[in-house]
Ligand binder design. Structure first.
Ligand code: FMN
Length: 172
């Protein structure tokens, strides 16, 4: 049997290449309000607990969303559909859009915290920051969910996924 790789043997490239095999759903995290709003695209959202309703996501602390999140201590998770690849692209910063410009071209509303939520997302979860766990250059954000809605009018049997560095459509 092969010996296990030594602990020191995993470099960042090997780690990234292994993680590319993990398919993930895509969400836009919205932070801030009015002119002080920005956000980021993530695959790292995961449920933490149903009682109390809470979730986690991971954020690189060099992201422009980090200082806004720390200051406001609220955010929203917008679960994206295949129709919203454009939102995913804008919130990943790839086209160069920054801050409020990432919100252009689609309709937004608010739930409890005042953070913008995407009207036509598959689902939206409005959250208060419960804890920020800083590790290395990133942080695990623990959010307490204060409102959650499935946007029924947008519900199609299709989800937006990301796998091996490419967007894909998950269809039932
Ligand atoms: C599919 C996809 C998933 C991503 N997942 C994460 C994530 O979980 N955490 C994170 O910090 N950045 C993630 N990113 C990168 C951020 O979206 C991107 O770095 C950020 O929006 C740009 O930061 P800026 O606001 O400083 O321009 C992801 C990007 C893509 C395209």
């Amino acid at each position: 049997m092969d010996r296990p790789a030594s602990r020191a043997g995993v470099d960042a490239a090997a780690f990234r290449s292994a993680m590319r095999q993990l398919a993930g759903g895509i969400s836009a995290i919205t932070v801030g309000q009015d002119d002080d709003r920005t956000g980021l695209t993530v695959t790292s959202v995961s449920s933490l607990s149903a009682d109390p309703p809470s979730l986690v996501f991971c954020i690189n602390r060099s992201s422009s969303s980090w200082p806004v999140l720390v200051r406001r201590r609220t955010f929203a998770v917008n679960v994206l559909s295949p129709a919203q690849i454009g939102v995913a692209e804008r919130f990943s910063g790839r086209g160069g859009a920054k801050g409020a410009a990432r919100y252009e071209g689609v309709r937004w509303s608010r739930l409890v915290t005042g953070t913008p939520v995407l009207r036509d997302a598959l689902a939206v979860l409005d959250c208060e920051v419960e804890e920020l766990v800083e590790r290395f250059g990133s942080a695990v954000v623990i959010g307490r969910v204060v409102a959650a809605e499935v946007r029924v009018e947008a519900a199609e049997p299709e989800a937006l996924a990301y796998w091996r560095g490419t967007y894909g459509i998950l269809r039932l």
